[in-house]
Write a protein that binds this ligand. Structure first.
Ligand code: 2BA
Length: 110
């Protein structure tokens, strides 16, 4: 068995959960926050048998889209000569999905 930890955008989360559930996957959905944008995203936990792993990954790939988002600029370097900091927006490409895959040592339901 493998544990898939998929960090996805909130906009894709609901459709992704529905698609996975319709195909018989068990899913846990967590409300999370990205460290860089400091904005909400969604983390899904899926425990899947090896023979269903590829199917889950295909659904994640199909549903999760890349999107441009605007982020505040990084803070200025320490020791900047003027000391003034005028924030400016920068564009970052987020997603489709950031996926971690782990081998599950034990799966226990009590
Ligand atoms: P955030 O940390 O809010 O990052 C959002 C997007 O900002 C990232 O999209 C990336 O395009 C950009 N970004 C992140 N850190 C950056 C940096 N130091 N400099 C410049 N740009 C940066 P994604 O790569 O698609 O990541 C989406 C979300 O997935 C992240 O939200 C974070 O919550 C999670 N994530 C991505 N990589 C991760 C990792 N190695 N470990 C844990 N979580 C990760």
């Amino acid at each position: 068995m493998k544990l898939i930890i998929a960090i996805v955008q909130d906009e894709d989360a609901s459709r992704l959960v529905s698609n996975l559930m319709n195909e018989g996957y068990s899913v846990t959905k967590l409300a999370t926050t990205g460290g860089f944008l400091r904005a909400g995203n969604t983390t899904l936990l899926l425990g899947v048998d090896e023979d269903r792993f590829d199917g889950a990954m295909k659904i994640i790939e199909k549903v999760c889209k890349s999107r441009k988002q605007i982020a505040p600029s990084p803070s200025p370097m320490a020791g900047s000569s003027t000391g003034a900091y005028v924030p400016y927006p920068i564009e970052v490409m987020v997603g489709g999905a950031t996926v971690f895959v782990m081998n599950v040592e034990q799966f226990i339901k009590l």
